[in-house]
Design a binder for this molecule. Structure first.
Ligand SMILES: C[S@@+](CC[C@H](N)C(=O)[O-])C[C@H]1O[C@@H](n2cnc3c(N)ncnc32)[C@H](O)[C@@H]1O
Length: 729
């Protein structure tokens, strides 16, 4: 079993080889591949991007093999868990008693545990990378275990940590330090159990009332009822703890500064993604998502996923993290949805979907008068090559509102979801099969007056069906300057096209004194103002001048980045360093520092972002920056980058997964004097730092400098950004 597990892990780490290519993954044919050539694979009824390097689906066989090994390993693990469960169960039942009446609480009704062929269900869920709900052999149907817990800490991800006298840990949702509560055990895992809060016996130490009416059931904010100062304390602790546990830095407590707080803790998000889906409050006590297809189709709702469910949608009328104008748009969309529900199906579905959008352009303004007048008549798809969505690195929460694989009627590929083909002019179906997501992005052009881009994501192109609601939005919310319609066969589809409907086909953002354009599916940091704090910290760690007055940073952070990091002066010794902006998005970090560098090289896997980055250099008259599209997770990445000028400073800002071992090995050899590591996941950051600082790991060894700076980009959510400086020994 161990050998199988190792093989599967190795296959996953390295990516698989194309047929007949096992011995030579660096063959020239493969070197030409880039992110556009990535294909998808089919796993458990859902399409997922395949990370292997085969040029086509047909050429790929390794990933399939690795998946089979992963399945086998998961099954073996599930059997092991089943044995361990019995033992854990006894430990838990000492303090537990059967739940008499399942109770409906704000946090959700406990899921009834059922007797059944638990091994089969366990194995099935384990395949998907998730664990089973505790289906314990011998437990009577409808019974769950109620336990009294004391919460002592908040774990990364926002779960309350409740330690039993024996030391056994139960993670409980919606539990906060200092709180005494009653909870229901929902899963027992290898070293811990998972519980759902039923009711509070004694409030937690820093309780405040949450202003949002959807707080509780909504899966978006999880910390809104925790005082902001306590949120910051917990977030700093997550960074410290990851460095200790995963990075192996026992003195981490003294390495991490206080958190840079966010000035505006509400209405700070410039990007919100709401889902259309079957209406649901809480997953617990509701239908099993795996068997949802067997129950009658629920009502269609627009909102965020409730806590604990990735398949149903909690209807929301407001979100306190977005601008009030975005609330208005949300309400217009919700009213429209109600009218659709009350209309007979035929009325909602015009006979032909082939006509083009005929929406009246919004009144011309300084920003987009020209494109307003022509785009509605002849919508042209934007590039379908971009591999990333605008939300690529957003927190895994209600905000990243993606439907699950089998979410009732609209999950899976469905009839329009044939691999590789994007449905056009499909026969009209019910709204459930048409509407996928509503994305609202807020721009901040020079002058500081917000503008909005509204993107309705549908499973096929039928602009007539959106015309009435888009017209209402334009009439009632004048700050909406851009309307687009993205067509994606499935929510996770990579084969997508964005059709402009009205207004300029991009958003404008002012950041660090520069003017950026951001296309509908390009990444941009979600908290624009706080991004200036983040980038200024990055600049100081790189030994460069920040865009803001350093006095805006907390005193502890100022001291750390100026003194402890000895960030004054240029580390490379050369007058103007060569700076690499790795995972550069639309080029924001590199371009904001370009005036202090001899060259800026930006690299990202998303073609759309790279195109924007080039245009951004041009619109800001920056001539010493160049941007390249490369998949930095490719095993042969070093050969693709060898022709670029060597960096003095590397700024790396990967997505949540962090960097691959192959790319980390490349970084150790790239010769940079400094690596500034920006991350939105302390765990993957700590893991990668461990790789870069390890002795005898090949290439140069880096040392982690004191003054790791957490920066709160996402108040009220269980997410934290952190910036670390590594210098070459
Ligand atoms: C967190 S964003 C950072 C963007 C940018 N630094 C910023 O501050 O706006 C992460 C970026 O990594 C890119 N990315 C994710 N996986 C990648 C891969 N395998 N290869 C190259 N780029 C990747 C995404 O396209 C995205 O732009």
């Amino acid at each position: 079993m161990q050998a199988t597990g190792r093989a599967a892990r190795a296959a996953r780490r390295q990516g698989s080889h194309a047929r007949g290519d096992r011995a030579s993954p660096d063959r020239p044919a493969l070197r030409q591949l880039d992110a556009n050539t990535l294909h998808t694979r089919q796993l458990e009824g859902a399409t997922a991007p395949c990370r292997c390097q085969a040029p086509t689906q047909a050429a790929c066989n390794g990933c399939e093999e690795a998946e089979q090994q992963r399945h086998q390993q998961a099954e073996e693990q599930a059997q092991l868990y089943a044995m361990q469960q019995q033992q854990r169960w006894q430990e838990l039942t000492e303090t537990a008693r059967p739940l008499q009446q399942p109770q409906q609480q704000a946090v959700g009704q406990p899921r009834a545990l059922t007797t059944g062929p638990s091994e089969r269900v366990c194995a099935r869920r384990a395949h998907k990378g998730a664990f089973c709900f505790a289906l314990v052999p011998g437990q009577a149907s409808g019974q769950a275990l109620e336990v009294e817990l004391d919460c002592t800490a908040l774990a990364f991800g926002g779960q309350g940590v409740c330690r039993q006298d024996s030391g056994f840990v139960i993670f409980c949702n919606a539990a906060f330090p200092g709180e005494k509560l009653i909870a229901c055990i929902t899963a027992i895992k290898r070293g811990h159990a998972v519980a759902t809060k039923l009711r509070t016996l004694q409030a937690h130490d820093h309780a405040v009332s949450a202003p949002c009416p959807h707080f509780g059931p909504c899966g978006g904010c999880t910390l809104q009822n925790l005082e902001y100062a306590a949120q910051l304390t917990a977030k700093r602790e997550w960074v410290v703890s990851a460095l200790q546990r995963i990075g192996g830095f026992s003195q981490a407590e003294s390495l991490v500064t206080s958190v840079i707080p966010c000035r505006d803790i509400f209405r700070y998000r410039n990007n919100m993604r709401f889902s259309f889906g079957p209406k649901g409050g809480s997953h617990f006590g509701g239908p099993d998502p795996d068997t949802a297809a067997e129950i009658p189709p629920p009502d269609l709702a627009l909102g965020l996923h409730p806590r604990g469910s990735g398949t149903t949608v909690l209807p929301v009328s407001t979100c306190h993290l977005q601008h009030t104008d975005a609330d208005k748009i949300l309400q217009i969309m919700n009213s429209w949805l109600q009218t659709l529900a009350s209309e007979p199906q035929a009325a909602a579905a015009p006979a032909s979907s082939s006509s083009q959008g005929t929406l009246e352009p919004s009144p011309p303004d300084a920003q987009g008068a020209a494109s307003h007048s022509k785009s509605a008549a002849a919508p042209q798809p934007s590039s379908s090559a971009a591999a990333q969505t605008s939300n690529e690195r957003q927190p895994r929460s209600g905000f990243r509102a993606q439907r699950g694989r089998r979410g009732g009627q609209r999950g899976g590929r469905g009839k329009h979801g044939a691999r590789g083909s994007l449905p056009q002019n499909s026969p009209q179906g019910p709204p459930q099969q048409f509407l996928q997501e509503l994305v609202m992005r807020q721009g901040l052009p020079e002058g500081g007056k917000p503008t909005f881009m509204v993107d309705i994501i549908t499973s096929y192109h039928a602009p007539d069906r959106l015309q009435s609601v888009l017209r209402t939005i334009q009439e009632q919310v004048p700050t909406v300057k851009t309307l687009v319609n993205t067509v994606a066969a499935t929510p996770r589809s990579r084969n997508v096209k964005t059709y402009p409907i009205s207004g300029p086909h991009f958003l404008r953002q002012t950041l660090c004194g520069l003017d950026f354009r951001v296309s509908p599916r390009s990444f941009f940091q979600t908290n624009t103002r706080q991004t200036e704090m983040l980038y200024s910290t990055v600049a100081l760690m790189a030994g460069l001048k920040p865009a803001i007055d350093i006095k805006q940073l907390p005193t502890g952070v100022q001291q750390a980045v100026q003194q402890d990091c000895k960030a004054e002066g240029n580390p490379s010794g050369s007058e103007r360093p060569v700076l690499w902006d790795i995972f550069c998005g639309v080029g924001t970090i590199g371009l904001s520092l370009a005036s202090q560098c001899s060259k800026v090289i930006g690299i990202d896997g998303a073609g759309g972002g790279i195109t924007d980055a080039g245009l951004n250099a041009h619109r800001n008259s920056i001539h010493n920056a160049a941007f390249f599209q490369h998949d930095l997770a490719a095993p042969n990445i070093s050969t693709k980058l060898e022709s670029l000028p060597q960096p003095d400073i590397v700024i790396t800002d990967p997505a949540r997964a962090g960097m691959t071992p192959a790319f980390l090995a490349y970084l150790r050899n790239c010769g940079a004097a400094r690596i500034v590591y920006v991350s939105c996941d302390p765990s993957s950051q700590a893991r990668d730092i461990r790789q870069l600082t390890a002795k005898d790991n090949g290439g140069a060894q880096y040392q982690l400098m004191p003054g790791i700076v957490p920066c709160d980009m996402f108040p009220h959510t269980a997410h934290i950004e952190s910036v670390a400086l590594l210098t070459k020994l």
